[in-house]
Design a protein around this ligand. Structure first.
Ligand code: NAD
Length: 357
């Protein structure tokens, strides 16, 4: 297969980690007879330095004209003083919006080799943590009307939460399709005992479920879900929820896996083109020192193969190479523990490639 990938190395550790992910993709291309053509663009702080804006029009066009986007991270203290409308993160919001990326998939998976890093009890971790949160990304309260006004001598603020059937239906389909590729179980999270948007959410989830007889659907209230994630995370396969609940639950879920440097994420819209990135930021404190953990970005590239390019075998091969590297006791500084061998970012890329070959 021939795929065109738009690459945003970004700021801070972005260029270091994305370079390792591209090396891994090159090995996949060689091994499985694919061609990955990269088009690198400037976005974020580096684009502000070069062009005065976080996302030049040409960069945006290349995100729209490709098979998928691979991103490191953007931002850093250098651009903290920039006016809000031109901040580095505006580039990402603009890309997500222009690409119509309404679903965000974030796996919460614990590597048994890193079990000690989880804040959960070993007995809970031992049951296994391997689920994915499907979050609605461009609707709900974050995108609703808002106002603050004075009423009867005091300030009153108002944020509106709106969901249409269509917005719910399209994210439901993403969740059910994801479950088909995994354990076949969707847990839909809402607050249907209080919110109208949640009651509509539940109804549409039930309707969509009828088209997926091989996937089971359960409903869970968001407050209960927050508890269950730390009490019995092994019960989850695919969790689907609205924007704000997903924002909060996905951070909780990434925390229980113990390491921010290991977790990838994907954002998808209609069709197969997506945006793939690690969940962490640009880590300016360790940038340029060959200290960053490239695994989150390498696993983001693996997600791209699976969810956008339908290359399941290739994706699994990358995951297996990462697991093997951890089994061999190799770690970057962020997840180092006694008895393990410490590697830099480049050397971690080397080991994963060695195991992939
Ligand atoms: P961060 O995720 O960059 O860093 C938090 C801590 O985790 C730091 O100590 C860092 O060294 C460490 N860390 C993160 N990724 C690591 C990796 N791969 N390997 C080893 N250690 C790693 O969060 P922050 O410090 O709050 O943000 C720094 C900058 O990144 C800010 O400008 C923020 O706006 C930006 N940011 C960008 C994105 C994105 O591009 N999607 C996301 C979050 C934050």
């Amino acid at each position: 297969m021939n795929k065109r990938i738009t690459v945003i190395k970004g700021d801070g550790i972005g260029p270091e980690i994305v370079t390792q992910a591209m090396r891994v993709l090159d090995v996949i291309a060689e091994k499985y007879g694919h061609t990955f053509e990269y088009q690198e663009i400037n976005a974020g702080g580096n684009a502000i330095d070069l062009y005065g804006v976080p996302l030049p029009e040409e960069s945006l066009q290349k995100c729209l004209d490709c098979d998928s986007v691979l991103l490191g991270a953007v931002g850093g203290p250098k651009w903290d003083h920039v006016e809000p409308a031109r901040r580095p993160e505006k580039a990402l919001l603009a890309i997500r919006k222009a690409m119509g990326l309404y679903s965000n998939l974030r796996p919460a998976k614990i590597f048994p080799q890193l079990a000690d890093a989880s804040p959960l009890k070993p007995s809970i971790v031992a049951e296994g943590i391997d689920f994915i949160i499907v979050r609605e990304l461009i609707g709900g309260i974050y995108f609703g009307k808002r106002r603050t006004e004075e009423i009867d001598g005091q300030m009153v603020a108002n944020d509106e939460m709106t969901y249409s059937e269509e917005e719910i239906r399209r994210i439901a389909k993403v969740a059910f399709n994801t479950a088909k590729k995994r354990g076949g179980k969707v847990i839909s999270v809402d607050k249907a005992n209080v919110l109208d948007t949640s009651r509509l959410w539940r109804k549409v989830m039930e309707e969509v479920a009828k088209d997926y007889p091989d996937v089971t659907l359960e409903h869970m209230l968001v407050d209960n879900c927050a508890m269950q994630i730390v009490k019995k995370p092994s019960q989850f396969d695919v969790v689907v929820t609205e924007n704000m609940f997903g924002d909060i639950l996905s951070d909780e879920a990434s925390m229980i896996t113990g390491s921010i440097g290991m977790i990838p994420s994907s954002s998808l819209g209609d069709g197969t083109r997506g945006l793939y990135e690690p969940i962490h930021g640009s880590a300016p404190d360790i940038a340029g020192k060959n200290l960053a953990n490239p695994i989150g970005t390498i696993l983001a590239a693996a997600m791209m193969l699976k969810y956008s390019f339908d290359m399941d075998e290739e994706s699994t091969a990358i995951e297996a190479a990462v697991e093997k590297t951890l089994d061999q006791g190799f770690r970057t500084g962020d997840c180092m523990s006694e008895g393990m061998t410490r590697l830099g970012c480049i050397e971690m890329g080397d080991k994963i490639i060695e195991n992939l070959r």
